[in-house]
Ligand binder design. Structure first.
Ligand SMILES: *Cc1c(COP(=O)(O)O)cnc(C)c1O
Length: 367
C-alpha cells in the first residue's frame, strides 16, 4: 500500500541540496584523492569547529568510532565499561571488540538515558570507562556523570551517534567526555551517502591515537607502531558531509519544531507519554519516541493508514540473544524492559510537514 507518511525521507533532503552535493561529489571524483584526501581534512576541521572541540577524526562508521575511542583511552581486556541496555547494539559491540566487559545500568524512565543514581553501585575495581548514550538526540545528564567519573577515575566516551548538535547547558554534546563518537549512517541527523563516523575530542593524544588505529596503526605509510585496522572515512562521504553540515542546525531546528507539534497534538491523549525536555538541554530529536499502552495494536493501525513507524528498540540489550552469555534475565533492568514494550517511534525528519504530523496524530487520537 502507498505510504502516506514515511518514517524518514532522504530523497526530500537530497532534492533540497542536490546541485551543491552533486558538485561536491564530482569534485572528489575528479580529484582522484579518494581516501584521506583534502575533502576529509576539510570536513574534520569544520566538524570539530561545529562541535566546538579541537579535533575531529573521521572513521569508517559510528561503531568503529566507539571501538577506536575505547582503545584510544586505554580500554582493553580485563576492564569493565558501563552503559545502558537501552541503546543500539553498536555501543556494546564496541566494548566487546575492545576486549572489555559490558556492565549495564538501567535507564532513567523519564529521559531514557542512563540512570545517574544507579551508576555507582555497578562500579568495581575493574571499571575503567562509562559510555553515556545521548539516546534519541536527548543529552544524557553529563554533570553528575562527570562527577562520578572524576571520583572513580573513569574515562567518559560519549555515544553521540544520535545527537549531533544537541546542547547541554549551552555546550554541544560531544564536548563533555574524554572523547565523543558520531555516526554518519544515512538516517542520522547528519548522514552520509553510505557509512561514515567520527570522533571528537579536545585531547590531542586521543585524536592522534584514533587516527593511527584507524589506519593500520600508522601515521606514516608502512610504519606500523602497533596493529590497528582499516577504518578511514572516505573522501566522497566527507565531501557530502561537509555540504550537509552547513544545514545541520537548521535541520535540527525543524526536527524540534516537529516534535513540539507532536507534543501539542498528543498532550492530552490517555495512555500516551510524549518525550520530556529537561531544563538547560536542547535535544535534536533523532527519533520522536512515545510510550504507549498497547503499542503493537497502534503500530498496526498506523500501518493500515499508510504511516510508517519504528521500534527503537524492541529488546533491551540484556535480553538480546547476543548477550545471553552475560547471564542476565528479565527483571534485571525493569525500566529498560518496560520501555521496550511501550516505545513507538513516529515519523521524524526535518522535511516532515504539519499536515503529515496531523495525519499521524489523528490515528493515535482515534486509537
Ligand atoms: C547508529 C548508532 C551507532 C553506530 O553507528 P554506525 O555508523 O551505524 O556504525 C552507535 N550508537 C548508536 C546509539 C547509534 O544510534
Amino acid at each position: 500500500m502507498q505510504q502516506n507518511v514515511p518514517f524518514l525521507d532522504l530523497k526530500a533532503q537530497y532534492q533540497s541540496i542536490k546541485d551543491e552535493v552533486n558538485e561536491a561529489i564530482l569534485s572528489v571524483v575528479e580529484s582522484c584523492a579518494y581516501v584521506k584526501g583534502p575533502a576529509v581534512k576539510q570536513f574534520q576541521k569544520n566538524f570539530a569547529e561545529y562541535c566546538d572541540v579541537k579535533y575531529a577524526v573521521g572513521v569508517a562508521n559510528g561503531t568503529d568510532a566507539i571501538y577506536l575511542a575505547l582503545r584510544a583511552v586505554g580500554i582493553g581486556p580485563g576492564d569493565e565499561v558501563i552503559t545502558t541496555p537501552d541503546t543500539f547494539i553498536a555501543t556494546t559491540e564496541a566494548i566487546t571488540q575492545a576486549g572489555a566487559k559490558i556492565v549495564f545500568v538501567d535507564i532513567n524512565p523519564e529521559t531514557y538515558n542512563i540512570n545517574i543514581s544507579k551508576i555507582e553501585e555497578k562500579i568495581t575495581q575493574k571499571t575503567k570507562a562509562i559510555i553515556p548514550v545521548h539516546l534519541f538526540g536527548q543529552p544524557a545528564d553529563m554533570d553528575p556523570i562527570i562527577e562520578i567519573a572524576q571520583k572513580y577515575n573513569l574515562k567518559i566516551v560519549e555515544d553521540a551517534a544520535q545527537a549531533h548538535g544537541a546542547y547541554y547547558f549551552g555546550k554541544r554534546v560531544g564536548t563533555f567526555g574524554d572523547v565523543a563518537c558520531f555516526s554518519f549512517y544515512p538516517g542520522k541527523n547528519l548522514g552520509a551517502y553510505g557509512d561514515g563516523g567520527a570522533i571528537a575530542t579536545n585531547n590531542e593524544e586521543i585524536a592522534t591515537q584514533v587516527e593511527k588505529l584507524a589506519d593500520h596503526g600508522s601515521l606514516k605509510k608502512y610504519i606500523h607502531e602497533e596493529e590497528g585496522g582499516n577504518s578511514r572515512l572516505d573522501s566522497v562521504q566527507a565531501a557530502v558531509l561537509d555540504v550537509k553540515l552547513k544545514y545541520l542546525d537548521q535541520w535540527n531546528e525543524s526536527r524540534r519544531k516537529n516534535a513540539y507539534v507532536y507534543n501539542e497534538l498528543l498532550k492530552n491523549v490517555a495512555g500516551v507519554i510524549t518525550p520530556v525536555e529537561l531544563e538547560n538541554t536542547t535535544p535534536v530529536y533523532h527519533l520522536y519516541v512515545i510510550q504507549v499502552e498497547g503499542r503493537d495494536g497502534l503500530q498496526q493501525k498506523l500501518s493500515d493508514a499508510g504511516i510508517a513507524s519504528g521500534i527503537h528498540y524492541p529488546y533491551p540489550l540484556h535480553l538480546t540473544p547476543a548477550y545471553q552469555y552475560l547471564g542476565l534475565k528479565k527483571g534485571d533492568f525493569p525500566e529498560a524492559e518496560k520501555c521496550a514494550d511501550r516505545f513507538l517511534s513516529l515519523p521524524m525528519y526535518p522535511e516532515l510537514t504539519e499536515s503529515m504530523i496531523q495525519k499521524v496524530c489523528d490515528v493515535i487520537l482515534n486509537n
